[in-house]
Design a protein around this ligand. Structure first.
Ligand code: COA
Length: 262
């Protein structure tokens, strides 16, 4: 299944895999790629039954995503810059609000918009050769795809500010120490095995409960919503599902639950 020019989309048995495929540009994100990822995710949400995770990775061994495509920066000016930013925000917010866990498989460079893309995903599994940076100050910019917010949310203000002010490139082991990534594996194959192990775990849970955990956690960062109230609402929503009945019954009957996502 692939009607795209800049991404490969693999629809597997129980998960989706989106591979950004611009290896000559180190998978830098141009506007077309952003559009393609967005439409692929929209298509997924329309027909997501039986899928328990989405993987986002970069093609090749050298780079996850080396940032926004800098060659397109020459087209950005005061007039269109907000729209430019918003397009990235729209996509990354969509990723963050997907109904199934989205996992970034990060090998090589995750710079600028690449680091921001990984941060918009729910989990980040890195390889030993992964490097992370928000280098925008080198270009006279600030992170513009949510980085100033998500880096602080994920690793805190102390180190987050240092990284954004210095544009320092950090290794995956430092990223692990900072809590920027969930795991670091030897190479891409092992990282993929870890990603699939996680999706296999999610597969055995109630899809509605998984979706509502994501929603409830995201509400922590939504200024217009009281996260505790949201949690009560989503908990109550779960109580009205067959999955909840099945989960409780399976426990009592000492067997594995057979969740149907309804
Ligand atoms: N946008 C567009 N093209 C990019 C790119 C980006 N963000 N990052 C790398 N490329 C291109 C390079 O221009 C080069 O193209 P060319 O072969 O046509 O000259 C190709 O990818 C390979 O990159 P190169 O710089 O030759 O590789 P390297 O191993 O020497 O360095 C990096 C790798 C990632 C350190 C370096 O490319 C870099 O600093 N990129 C920009 C990172 C950045 O600032 N990202 C944030 C943008 S907001």
């Amino acid at each position: 299944m692939n009607n795209y020019n800049n991404i490969n989309v693999y629809k597997k048995d129980f998960y989706f895999h989106i591979e950004i495929n611009r290896p000559k540009q180190l998978n830098a994100l141009n506007q077309d790629t952003i559009k393609e990822i967005g439409s692929c995710l929209n298509a997924f949400e329309k027909n997501n039954k039986g899928y328990f995770g989405i993987i986002i990775s970069g093609s090749g061994e050298k780079s996850f995503v080396a940032g926004a495509d800098i060659t397109e920066f020459t087209l950005v000016n005061k007039k269109n810059s907000k729209k430019f930013c918003q397009k990235g925000h729209e996509l990354y917010n969509k990723i963050e609000n997907m109904s199934v866990p989205v996992i970034a498989l990060v090998n090589g460079y995750a710079l600028g918009g690449g680091c921001e893309l990984a941060m918009a995903c729910h989990l980040r599994i890195a390889t030993k050769n992964a490097t992370f940076s928000q280098p925008e100050v080198n270009l006279g910019l600030i992170p513009g795809y949510g980085g100033t917010q998500r880096l602080i949310q994920i690793i805190g203000k102390t180190k987050g500010l240092e990284l954004m002010l210095s544009a320092e490139m950090i290794s995956s082991s430092i990223a692990l120490d900072l809590g920027l990534v969930n795991y670091v594996l030897e190479d891409k194959k092992q990282a993929m095995d870890k990603v699939l192990e996680l999706i296999n775990i999610f597969k055995r849970k109630s899809p509605i409960a998984i979706k509502n955990v994501i929603k409830s956690v995201n509400s922590f960062y939504d200024n217009d919503v009281n996260g505790f109230d949201k949690e009560i609402e989503l908990f109550s929503e779960c109580c009205d599902t067959n999955d909840f009945k099945e989960g409780a019954l399976a426990f009592i009957e000492k067997r594995c639950p057979n969740f149907k996502g309804d």
